[in-house]
Design a protein around this ligand. Structure first.
Ligand SMILES: Cc1cc2nc3c(=O)[nH]c(=O)nc-3n(C[C@H](O)[C@H](O)[C@H](O)COP(=O)(O)OP(=O)(O)OC[C@H]3O[C@@H](n4cnc5c(N)ncnc54)[C@H](O)[C@@H]3O)c2cc1C
Length: 530
């Protein structure tokens, strides 16, 4: 048997911050005025109070279903801040009754039929890395039980077309295994969300995930040729094409459906040759908005770098990667076809035009991505997913939210979001905490600002404190014209603001589509359509 996944945090048991890294993290929080004395731990599996399963699968499904205690608790939550707080508080009353592991589309159809018959809700589950309550098995009243459908047994790369550079991949394939299967062909999907290791192709399609690459092919949407989705009403398979102008796109309808309309069993994706020419550089800016102007110049120059991130001083400081006195800009170019020096020279000029100075030089420096503030930030980025499991039990709220806005509105938007979030932290916790910003993606017409907030909470009321801050931040994002999510998805946590963002008639159309595909309303209740 492989190593167990943690039911309380990120990755496998045994993975995470060591004691020196934990001390360093807490020390950095102390410099922000967030002081922690009490260690705390997550409750052990045997101390969690779990009610007996309400469902008994029919004989034909019994070999792919389990009501094992560990599996039920593992599948009760994703990776959001409220998920972590609720688990810390031992709140698993809503855990799924059954976890199912289908191997075929027919298994999925049989699970739909069974859930429809017994009035159970069904939650599609990929890697469980949702940070917005997408897999949190909390479906409200009106269901006789909950079945979480874990796609991990449908995890193969089924075909590679090395003429068109495309592959057919099953929904439950996780990032590392799908890239390993593509590697011998010299091709790559080149879609690397930060959660790559523990998220799935089906989850990426269902949530419109955003990869590590900051320009051009940012979302999984851009890499999809066709999608196959099983719904309670039957199967929907779009035609595999390099492009099509035939009416509203069935792909676009299924992409982003977040498990509310069906289960994505497989899809054809566009691949690229693996890059062999790579360059990275780091630049420092005294002011955040000068760095933003440099990003805009690069984005509008048509250079399409693989990476063009800016990280403000607070975020560098929180992650032990800088003093807090400057904004870092990381720029990378890569190609499978041609050297990229000319592109990098032009990007450097854009940075210098806006006051940027070299942090890490790119010339004759293949190790640039490991050096200086760029390297320190990269290290922190890799460790980041493990921070929360150290922070929640110590009563520290630490969360992120991301959005997008056009360049003309950026400065006002950034100011309004930071002000609203800081005010909410102070009101909810009595302490100023910290708010930081980086850009995760950049387009010619605007960036995707990615905010983080950190606050010293009080253990008994952590959830209420988090909710007050989250609501204020989300209200500000919608009020000021941004999107409630650029790539983290809607889930249960963003549904209210998603409804404010989308045209109401579009919401009505989605509700009608759901009735057609999911007539018993069993699929992921509370997500996308209520
Ligand atoms: C540390 C960390 C870093 C992250 N970084 C990124 C990032 O860089 N970019 C990004 O976009 N997101 C990121 N996320 C969020 C998350 O990883 C993405 O939303 C990801 O796409 C979810 O994939 P998953 O397989 O884990 O799906 P899950 O979390 O299992 O499910 C997410 C949603 O999709 C539905 N779903 C899952 N599989 C299917 C399927 N086969 N068919 C239909 N519906 C399905 C679920 O019901 C749920 O609504 C991060 C999360 C964490 C914890």
């Amino acid at each position: 048997m492989g190593r167990l996944l943690k039911y309380w945090g990120w990755g496998h048991e045994g993975d995470g911050l060591d004691s020196a890294q934990t001390r360093e993290l807490l020390e950095t929080f102390r410099t922000l005025g967030i002081d922690v004395t009490d260690d705390g731990t997550f409750p052990s599996l045997d101390t969690l109070s779990l009610v007996a399963s309400r469902l008994r699968p029919p004989q034909a499904l019994s070999t792919i279903c389990t009501s094992d205690r560990y599996q039920r608790i593992l599948h009760a939550f994703g990776q959001s801040q409220p998920d972590s707080i609720r688990l810390y508080q031992g709140d698993v009353a809503h855990a799924p009754d059954v976890v199912a592991y289908p191997k075929t589309a027919e298994d999925i159809q049989a699970l739909f039929d069974w859930c429809g018959d017994v009035g159970a809700a069904l939650i599609p589950f990929g890697g469980g890395s949702s940070v917005v309550g997408g897999v949190t098995s909390d479906v409200g009243e009106g269901y006789n039980g909950i079945v979480t459908v874990d796609m991990s047994r449908m995890n193969q790369v089924l075909e590679i077309d090395d003429v068109s550079h495309a592959a057919r991949i099953q929904g439950g394939a996780r990032g590392p295994s799908l890239e390993a299967a593509l590697k011998p062909s010299g091709l790559t999907l080149r879609h690397f969300p930060q959660s790559f290791e523990h998220s799935t192709f089906g989850g990426w399609v269902a949530t419109r995930s955003g990869g590590h690459f900051a320009t051009l092919y940012t979302h999984i949407d851009d890499l999809i040729q066709s999608v196959a989705m099983v719904t309670p009403a039957g199967e929907m398979i779009s035609r595999r094409l390099p492009g099509s102008g035939a009416g509203p796109s069935p792909d676009r309808f299924m992409i982003g459906s977040e498990g509310a309309l069906g289960i994505i069993t497989e899809g054809w994706v566009r691949l690229q040759r693996r890059p062999s020419f790579k360059l990275t550089a780091g630049f420092r800016f005294e002011h955040f908005f000068d760095a933003a102007k440099a990003v805009r110049a690069v984005a509008q120059a048509g250079l399409f770098p693989a990476n063009v991130r800016i990280v403000d001083g607070v975020e560098l400081k929180v992650n032990g990667a800088g003093s807090g006195g400057f904004t870092l800009m990381v720029v990378s170019f890569e190609s499978a076809d041609h050297p990229v020096e000319a592109w990098m020279s032009r990007a450097e000029q854009c940075c210098r035009d806006h006051g940027g100075t070299i942090d890490v030089d790119w010339k004759d420096n293949p190790e640039a991505h490991l050096q200086g503030t760029v390297g320190a930030w990269r290290e922190a980025f890799i460790r980041m997913p493990y921070n929360r499991e150290q922070l929640t039990p110590r009563g520290i709220i630490s969360d992120t939210f991301e959005t997008a806005i056009t360049w003309d509105r950026l400065e006002h938007f950034h100011h309004a979001i930071c002000t609203a979030t800081k005010k909410a932290i102070l009101e909810a916790t009595g302490n100023p905490g910290a708010v930081s910003c980086r850009f995760s993606h950049a387009y010619p017409d605007g960036p995707a600002p990615y905010f983080a907030f950190h606050a010293q909470g009080a253990k008994g009321v952590l959830l209420e404190q988090w909710r007050a801050i989250k609501e204020a931040a989300s209200d500000a994002v919608i009020r000021e014209g941004g999107t409630i999510t650029h790539h983290h998805a809607v889930g249960r946590d963003h549904q209210v603001w998603y409804e404010r963002q989308r045209p109401s008639l579009f919401g009505d159309v989605l509700a009608e589509a759901k009735k057609q595909l999911d007539p018993n309303g069993i699929l992921n209740p509370g997500v996308i359509v209520r």
